[in-house]
Design a protein around this ligand. Structure first.
Ligand SMILES: Nc1ncnc2c1ncn2[C@@H]1O[C@H](COP(=O)(O)OP(=O)(O)OP(=O)(O)O)[C@@H](O)[C@H]1O
Ligand SMILES: [Mg+2]
Length: 503
């Protein structure tokens, strides 16, 4: 695996941005037919390294070699022509165009007089979508697709050339388990064809499933490469963050107060039916289930984004009607939504303004927003969440993906809600910051918030929750206390195998 000619090799790469040394003398290689995982904390430089490779950034120093031939990547299309394709962390599609046009963007097949050859375009892109087992056709407008399907279009784009190397930058962040299986099949297929794969993810389980070697970046520096078969999560984590993590379960019961929010017999059409639960101040209630079990829809109903078809919501024991997010916010409910797209970050705006956006009204002193107060809030949550940025003036768009996620969490926390709902709070967040966010969620409960955490990661729900709601196909199967829950019983409940309901 480590002998022979690498499909690609990076040597001594340095990349700086104003105020940031994003990459400091990084060397890295990928063999043909190898899946090489790239790991590092949020902001470590993973995406930047791959953008250098894919011709989006020019390095300040260092060289790129393809099959030991030195190359310069002038642009993404140039890199693609040389056999390197990057599947972006942030989706970069033209939403008003069709899937086919996106797949061949910049290189549409043409007939005489430069006219687009639509028949060929649709045929070729249709074949790729089929290979990816996509349920939509080449003519579908990308803006109408789900985020997961947009991701598939990104992947389809990479398959139009005979690539020597394909880079996946956190490809599974918005995929369901079934879509993940398809993705892993695609990766194995590329591998079998001798393509070198770079795989970036914060999910250790995925990395240990799919990779042959693991390289680690820390603060822009190369920390080493490990063979997946002979290493373990602990060793990798240590290399990544310089310490081991304490991944214990939450078994200490919280000190609980009154019921802050309760739902009784809540239903929403086909999305979920007859849901009843309550959350006390000081409590973290976890929601666990497969994608599509109805968890996000319940959260959206509590936040006024969906209208229930039956049942009621009570706040402090009073039945309330929540008709809009404005109503919800007024009643002290905040929702950190699951997908980055809906999180309302303004990428061109600075970090501070993004974080304090929803509460400008509160901080206004007369007609002027107090800059000092906003900066103080930003500083507080930057420290609490360990957000990596040169300062509050930095544009959010320049932050690494995980740090953008932290800005969103900070934004909702800084509104000091009574009931905080977080949907997949640590998706795309590195293991070190993940445990910080878990500690923060516990801490918020201690401070008297009622917290609902929706997660598809079992270790996460086990770690943060006082009680865990298991959902299956829109139904509440069982509510576990953290003392009684076991991994097996939880898996059974979310698979619909356990029907004895205990509240
Ligand atoms: N265009 C840019 N302008 C200024 N700074 C940038 C730019 N792109 C990246 N950075 C900075 O470079 C550093 C590395 O960012 P990068 O996106 O490579 O991190 P990452 O390892 O991919 O993190 P994540 O896991 O969160 O995606 C960060 O400090 C980031 O803020
Ligand atoms: Mg990244």
């Amino acid at each position: 695996m480590t002998e022979g000619t690498p499909a690609l090799r990076l040597s001594g790469i340095v990349k700086t941005f104003p105020g940031v040394r994003a990459l400091d003398d990084v060397s890295f290689d990928v063999m043909p037919g190898e899946v090489h995982a790239l790991l590092g904390e949020n902001g470590a430089g993973k995406s930047t390294l791959m953008k250098v490779l894919a011709g989006i950034h020019q390095p300040n120093e260092g060289d790129i070699f393809i099959e030991e031939q030195k190359v310069v990547m002038r642009s993404p299309l140039d890199a693609k022509a040389k056999g390197v394709v990057l599947i972006h962390q942030e989706l970069s599609l033209a939403e008003e165009l069709s899937a086919a046009e996106n797949i061949y963007l910049g290189e549409l097949p043409t007939k005489s007089f430069g006219r687009v050859d639509w028949a060929t375009l649709h045929e070729k892109s249709g074949a790729i979508l089929e290979r990816l087992k996509c349920s939509f056709g080449p003519r579908t407008i990308v803006g109408d697709l789900s985020i997961a399907n947009m991701q598939m279009v990104e992947i389809a784009r990479a398959l139009t050339v005979d690539a020597k190397a394909v880079i996946f930058d956190e490809p599974t962040a918005s995929l369901t388990d079934a879509e993940k299986v398809v993705l892993f099949d695609i990766i194995r297929d590329l591998k079998a064809r001798g393509v070198g794969i770079v795989y970036i993810s914060h999910r250790m389980d995925e990395i240990f499933t799919i990779s042959d070697r693991i390289s680690v970046l820390r603060d822009g520096s190369y920390r080493g490469t490990l063979m997946t078969a002979v290493t373990n999560e602990e060793e990798v984590t240590k290399l990544m963050i310089g310490r081991s993590l304490d991944l214990t379960r939450n078994v200490q019961p919280a000190e609980m107060g009154d019921v802050a929010i309760a739902v009784q017999g809540l239903s929403c059409g086909k999305m979920f039916q007859d849901i009843s639960f309550e959350v006390r101040t000081g409590e973290v209630l976890g929601f666990y289930g497969l994608v599509g079990a109805g968890r996000t829809e319940i959260a959206e109903t509590l936040f006024g984004l969906r209208t229930p078809s039956a049942g009621q919501i009570l706040i402090d024991g009073e039945v309330v009607k929540i008709n809009s997010p404005m109503d919800a916010i007024r009643m002290g409910i905040s929702l950190v939504p699951e997908s980055r797209k809906e999180q309302g970050l303004v990428l061109g705006m600075n970090c501070k303004d993004n974080m304090t956006l929803p509460q400008v009204g509160d901080l206004t002193a007369g007609p002027f927003v107090s800059d000092g107060a906003e900066i103080a809030i930003f500083d507080q949550y930057r420290d609490k969440l360990a957000i990596k940025t040169p300062g509050w003036r930095e544009k959010v768009g320049n932050l690494s993906g995980g740090n953008q996620q932290k800005i969103v969490i900070g934004k909702w926390l800084s509104m000091r809600p009574r009931v905080l709902i977080v949907d997949e709070p640590t998706r795309g967040i590195d293991v070190g910051s993940k445990s910080e966010i878990h500690a923060l969620i516990r801490d918020l409960a201690k401070q008297g918030y009622a917290v609902i955490v929706i997660s598809s990661e079992m270790p996460e729900v086990l770690q943060v929750s006082d009680r865990i709601v298991a959902m299956f196909h829109g139904r509440l199967m069982r509510i576990f206390s953290s003392q009684e829950v076991t991994e097996d019983s939880l898996v059974q409940a979310i698979s619909g195998l356990n029907t004895d309901r205990v509240a």
